[in-house]
Design a binder for this molecule. Sequence first.
Ligand SMILES: NC(=O)c1ccc[n+]([C@@H]2O[C@H](COP(=O)([O-])OP(=O)(O)OC[C@H]3O[C@@H](n4cnc5c(N)ncnc54)[C@H](OP(=O)(O)O)[C@@H]3O)[C@@H](O)[C@H]2O)c1
Length: 350
Amino acid sequence: MSKEKYRVIQWATGTVGSAALKYFIENPVTELVGLYVTNPDKVGKDAGDLVGLAKTGVMATDDVEVLLAIDADCVLFSPAQAPGNLDIICRMLAAGTNVVSPAGPFLPNKWYPDETAKIEAACAEGKSSFHGCGVHPGFSGDILPITLSRLMNRVDCIEVSEIIDKVRNPMIYTEMMGFGLDPEELLANPRRSPETYKAFYSSMAMIAESLGKEIEKVTVRFEVSKAKKDIKHLYGEVKAGTVGGQHYEWTAWSEGAPLIVYHFYWQLGEDLDPLWQEGEARYRVVIKGDPPLECNLMGGKDADGRHPFLGLPWTGLVGCTVVPQICDAAPGIISHLDLGVVQPRGLVRR
Ligand SMILES: NC(=O)c1ccc[n+]([C@@H]2O[C@H](COP(=O)([O-])OP(=O)(O)OC[C@H]3O[C@@H](n4cnc5c(N)ncnc54)[C@H](OP(=O)(O)O)[C@@H]3O)[C@@H](O)[C@H]2O)c1
């Protein structure tokens, strides 16, 4: 049964969380009732002040127990990856608060049976629902290609690419991901572990399931490109000859052939060798088959005529827009395949 308003808690105000916080304050279908922050400078501040909006009367707190005691319909849980996250999520669920979160590989997935079981048990105890959200995993690599495959007669292979120029779209993770390292050193020890595809496996499995197929194995390829000169970016500088570009490729095989391929092209500008000519920042879905299809998902043009990468705010927004349906859903872990068509509310405001 749909409510007129859903009481929500926003958990953390990083890039993803700030987009969600703004949404919850501005959307008439949601009422912000709590805000968690870790940064001492943000504790005690009004939620509105943290995202440049009018005061809300909701003060940011770092007190987990205070937030757990609030009678909320849902929490958008978007902190940094941290060991205690799953416990907090399960406490929320067991207390009857629905949870939407991009902060973990928590969707049902053969690689994470313990996490899945723990979340299912908490949902059963609190008669609550859990939904893992995100742009990728969570949208561009699952529900988007699944929806697009409705335009196909025959599907041979689905390729999803994340393309980011990190000079134009600066990200705090740049140094952490190994840009600026010696290429041989990074190739031997990739910062995005070769195992990371397991966190994306739910999305691959969702596509396979929707096409009535099974994944037999996933193979991994990783290559780097070198900076041809010193390249400055918002969070530092990479020296000529060090890693200036990275390309991860994960291939899910079905019936002995590639069925789903995820590419991640991250490059610092264009002075790179080799330069993968992938164009502007976006998600690109290519479906090989009959008829061939290509779909490009990108932010609207900035004043300079180029498209920004909006993956982080989208990760918050794709979680916010599903909140009413997760709150209204039957208890348990809810994937896109359970949801049907999500119908976002409160977006049209004249
Ligand atoms: N599935 C996807 O497509 C996708 C895409 C992007 C991100 N994500 C996930 O979404 C989450 C948020 O990403 P983001 O880009 O917003 O990250 P971010 O900008 O680094 O923000 C994370 C926030 O978490 C809080 N925090 C900092 N240290 C913490 C700690 N040790 N334990 C708990 N919280 C801590 C801080 O909140 P305050 O500033 O409020 O103190 C920080 O601003 C991450 O878990 C990330 O992996 C998923």
